[in-house]
Design a binder for this molecule. Structure first.
Ligand code: IPM
Ligand code: MG
Length: 371
């Protein structure tokens, strides 16, 4: 099956280009072996864009991204950009893409592959079989709300402040996404805020309860404070199925959940907009949860599997290619069973793999499974 879909590729900074390059080998493989092809467009984002154009996201790259059917994103940021003015920082390229495309629903699954149980810093019995999903609100809250700023109070003192603000419709739409996802899984939803200290948390809980009364059939919902949720995630993560939370808590809790699985280098994510009533399409961007990892960038050591699993999510959620997505997931799982591993998931008795070796192994598994 050939396709006229456009895949926008934004490798970004640090290890981003390395893991994207290896992941595109699987796109090639699918082209040759499954007759699937996309129109691929590439663009610069983050520091890479800043270096060339003086901005972390140009209008052209944003327009191409908006026009595409899905975006495969690498990572942005690095110590080189620490002195750059705040609005021009690499992270702002990513935040602008999320905001301009209204990618409000961020899905961050944390799954433990059987072969990686020992890579976690937690005891095997706590994490084996773990499969949870964090649904993070991505375009509101403290990341974007006004007022925010740094101002002078007097000649010796400044104040820096941010606003955590949510409206009823913003909470409802992320709540609905979480309900649907929970319904398609084990039906258990935990809504997380700090309604004990934050007004935005009080509203969050109120809106989630009202929504649940109207649309919550088929699921169970409970509430949890964010600090308790952080603790429960390391104490007994398997109590969760789907967690829905705001932008900042989602950022923090998803890093925590990711590490339960042994390595940040394994986790993909999807950021989805709402479905356009006229075209039936939705904007979507797929990216690994890990960042640009400047400490290992350029060394060919990064684990490319989170990027590859992000491609798998892209095929599943944006291109309705479930079979190909399953095939990739399966090949990753098999690649972990034996053979070399990247340093982040190293285990006794395994040889060391670099970024390319890891993907060579996955491609060998793709071939074994399909022949
Ligand atoms: C993430 C990252 C981003 C965030 C940064 C790079 C802006 O940490 O996607 O979790 O804070 O959202
Ligand atoms: Mg983060």
């Amino acid at each position: 099956m050939s396709s006229n879909r456009t895949l926008m590729v934004l490798p970004g900074d640090g290890v981003g280009p390395e893991v994207v390059k290896e992941t595109l080998r699987v796109v090639d493989w699918l082209g040759k072996n499954k007759s699937i092809s996309f129109n691929i467009k590439e663009g610069l984002v983050g520091g890479a864009s800043y270096d060339k154009y003086g901005t972390p996201l140009t209008d052209e790259t944003l327009a191409d991204s908006i026009d595409s059917d899905a975006i495969l994103f690498g990572a942005v940021g690095g110590p080189k950009y620490e002195g750059v003015p705040f609005e021009k920082r690499p992270e702002n390229g990513l935040l602008k893409l999320r905001k301009e495309m209204d990618l409000f629903a961020n899905l961050r699954p944390a799954m433990v592959f059987p072969a990686l149980v020992d890579a976690s810093s937690l005891k095997p019995e706590i994490i084996s079989g773990l499969d949870i999903l964090i649904v993070r609100e991505l375009t509101g809250g403290i990341y974007f709300a006004e007022p925010r700023g740094i101002e002078e109070v007097n000649k010796d003192t400044k104040k820096g402040y941010d606003t955590n603000l949510y409206t009823t419709p913003e909470i409802e739409r992320i709540g609905r996404v979480a309900f649907d996802l929970a319904r398609a899984r084990k039906g258990k939803l935990t809504s997380v805020e700090k309604a004990n200290v934050m007004m935005s948390g009080v509203l969050w809980r109120e809106v989630m309860n009202t929504l649940f009364d109207k649309e919550g059939n088929g699921i169970e919902m409970s509430h949890m404070y964010a600090d308790n949720c952080a603790m429960q995630l390391v104490r007994d993560p398997k109590q969760f199925d789907v967690i829905v939370t705001d932008n900042l808590f989602g950022d923090i809790l998803s890093d925590c959940a990711a590490m339960l699985t042994g390595s940040l280098g394994m986790l993909p994510s999807a950021s989805l907009g709402s479905i356009d009533k006229n075209t039936g399409k939705r904007h979507a961007m797929y990216e690994p949860v890990h960042g640009s990892a400047p400490d290992i960038a350029g060394k060919g050591l990064a684990n490319p599997l989170a990027e590859l699993l992000s491609l798998s999510m892209l095929l599943r959620y944006s291109f309705e290619m479930k079979e190909e997505s399953d095939l990739i997931d399966n090949a990753v799982s098999k690649a972990l069973e034996s053979g070399p591993r990247t340093p982040d998931i190293m285990a006794p008795g395994r040889e060391k793999a670099g970024t390319k070796d890891m993907m060579d192994l996955v491609i060998r598994k793709l071939e074994e499974i399909t022949n």
